[in-house]
Design a protein around this ligand. Structure first.
Ligand SMILES: [Zn+2]
Length: 236
């Protein structure tokens, strides 16, 4: 978050150029476990554009991945319908922590609490717990990774810096292993322009658009095992 929205006032260039703008549009990418795929992933929602973003993906017949927070752009319970719609329509719903904090300096208990609150919200809204997390600011230091291991979260793409990922994407282009462009759904241009462009680009290059889990050869692992009954909470 906290990126200049003005930086997004572009007529959409090729994806490599888009990826080069990591620091201005907040696009971070990494690689899939297999070639021929592209995973569209969106951070920082749910927000006012979530529902129309889902419509865009649905109209194109593709699945996206949403890394939702609990409170970053308002309380997740105020966006219940959009969160449930993402799940119901087969998109991957994942965790981006409850408050979007810098977790590298937090205690293990505090990190665990960040994750559990999101899990509870997702249980309350659609009855499952996410198995994937993307840490805010890509901070994976301190206690973070050991807590994630204990909690059985997958966060495989954190081993590379945005710069390393970007370099690899530029080298690979549309070939090689698939990629995960991580976008911020809180910018309207991400929702309307960039997403449509990437969908068309994938089609042109014969890439299949998949969830992050499928891109990591884990199509059935989007959620932790089991169905859960919520506690009816609807406030943050
Ligand atoms: Zn974020």
């Amino acid at each position: 978050m906290a990126l200049a929205a003005g930086a997004l006032a572009f007529s959409v260039p090729d994806p490599v150029t888009v990826m080069k703008r990591t620091h201005t549009v907040g696009t971070v990418i990494t690689k899939c476990s297999k070639p021929g795929v592209l995973a569209l992933a969106y951070d920082d929602g749910p927000y006012q554009y979530t529902s129309s973003l889902i419509d865009t993906l649905d109209a194109a017949g593709v699945k996206g991945t949403f890394f939702f927070t609990g409170t970053l752009y308002g309380c997740i319970y105020n966006q219940r319908a959009a969160v449930k719609k993402a799940f119901d329509n087969g998109h991957q719903v994942a965790s981006h922590t409850w408050t979007h904090p810098h977790m590298g300096s937090m205690s293990a208990a505090a990190i665990q609490s960040e994750m559990e609150k999101v899990e509870q919200a997702m249980v309350n809204i659609f009855g499952r717990k996410p198995a994937y997390v993307r840490p805010p600011y890509l901070e994976t230091g301190g206690q973070f990774l050991s807590v994630m291991r204990q909690m059985n979260y997958r966060c495989d793409w954190n081993n590379q810096s945005p710069q390393q990922s970007e370099q690899k994407f530029q080298q690979a282009g549309a070939g090689g292993m698939g990629h995960i462009p991580l976008m911020h759904e809180t910018y309207q241009s991400t929702v309307t322009t960039l997403t449509t462009w990437l969908i068309n680009w994938a089609k042109t290059n014969n890439l299949k658009i998949v969830t992050v889990a499928e891109c990591l050869d884990d199509a059935n692992g989007m959620y932790k095992p089991g169905n859960f009954t919520g506690n009816g909470a609807n406030s943050c």
